[in-house]
Design a protein around this ligand. Structure first.
Ligand code: HPA
Ligand code: ZN
Length: 356
């Protein structure tokens, strides 16, 4: 691990903003800003139960995961055509580029759309075209991860995976999201086995609100390569050891945890403890349009409230690159760029002020 030398703490926010980083936990439907929801509603003739953008935004006060999901699924109802999915993802990529995101792995929820009669092809083709343009126009490497809604049955998840297979080359993995408690990973053992057979990467939300047992289940039954959230692991010492020893990445989303009342305040978040325990933690935005911030907002607010330092910044950005499913050559290049970025901050600090 690159050892960070003295960097003026006052320059830490600037460093957080400009360092290259990967985002591995972003639900693309959760990047739909109220303004775009209203624009798409008008374009598609969908009526919304809110008078205007301000009224919708003022409904964004959540008490737990479910209270958020109800609004999140309602917001996604304006998405009908491939172009809508493209526009949503493109708006996210522009924000990600400004946040120096070099790699983005986007979750999408096909069942939210196919249940309303939207064709699978419209969803995947719109998102996939935005990913290709992100590479050519913004130099962001981007891929898609298809998520199953865990409040629905495993049969529906299996049918969704089969329905997506004509677009197999357009997504790199599968995930598991929506209402966690009462829907343990074991419910999806067969669909994840099928996904692994197909050579897809596997990740799952576990330990956001659910118990450590759900994280064990995701590891041992679903055989995931990353845990999304995972903050409840702190309550199980044996699990913490397993996660540390295996360098199993956790994609942690501090502003999401704050808005969904997983922690009362950001300063009570256990990110610092999980990092100090040696886990491969990454920072992510989850549903940035709903939780009050994109990736750099998560870095800036978390670092301020938990009093983290430049070494933590390097560690989190390096973890995000290491934990990504990008080609190894790209990961090595981004790690070199990350180190160069930090060195440039060190050197500038060390430079004597020029006279005159
Ligand atoms: N948790 C579970 N499901 C989700 C989330 C989340 O934070 N965001 C969108 N779907
Ligand atoms: Zn999530």
């Amino acid at each position: 691990m690159f050892e960070v030398h003295a960097i003026d703490p006052e320059r830490l926010p600037e460093l957080l903003r400009v360092m290259p980083k990967a985002e591995l936990h972003i639900h693309i439907e959760g990047s739909l800003e109220p303004e775009l929801i209203f624009a798409l509603a008008q374009r598609n003739g969908v009526s919304l139960p809110y008078a205007d953008v301000a009224a919708l935004r003022s409904a964004y006060a959540f008490s737990n995961l479910q209270s958020f999901l109800d609004l999140y699924y309602a917001g996604a109802s304006v998405l009908l055509h491939a172009q809508d999915f493209y526009d949503m993802a493109w708006a996210y990529f522009e924000k990600a580029a400004a946040d120096q995101v070099v790699r983005a792995e986007l979750f999408f929820d096909p069942q939210t759309h196919t249940a309303r009669g939207v064709p699978m092809g419209a969803v995947i083709e719109g998102l996939s075209r935005a990913c290709r343009d992100a590479q050519t126009r913004l130099n962001i490497s981007a891929d898609l991860i298809l998520c199953f809604l865990r409040h629905l049955s495993e049969e529906e998840a299996l049918a969704t995976l089969e329905a997506a297979l004509p677009w197999r080359e357009h997504f790199i993995g599968v995930g598991l999201d929506s209402s966690e408690v009462g829907h343990p990973p074991e419910k999806f053992a067969r669909v994840f086995a099928r996904a692994r057979e197909l050579g897809l990467h596997c990740v799952a939300h576990a330990g956001e609100e659910g118990p450590p047992a759900y994280i064990w289940g995701a590891l041992d039954v679903l055989k995931v390569e990353r845990i999304d959230h995972g903050v409840q692991a702190i309550h199980d010492a044996g699990l913490m050891q397993r996660l540390a020893d295996s360098r199993m990445p956790l994609t942690v989303c501090p502003l999401s945890n704050l808005k969904l009342c997983v922690f009362k305040t950001l300063s009570e978040h256990n990110l610092g403890q999980i990092l100090d325990a040696g886990l491969c933690v990454t920072l992510n935005s989850d549903d940035p349009a709903y939780f009050g911030g994109y990736l750099n907002d998560n870095y800036l607010q978390t670092f301020a409230d938990l009093q983290l330092n430049a070494q933590h910044a390097y560690q989190l950005a390096a973890n995000s690159i290491e934990a990504s499913f990008a080609p190894e050559a790209d990961k090595h290049r981004w790690l070199r760029e990350l180190t160069t970025c930090f060195q440039s901050f060190e050197q500038r600090d060390g430079m004597p002020l020029r006279a005159g």
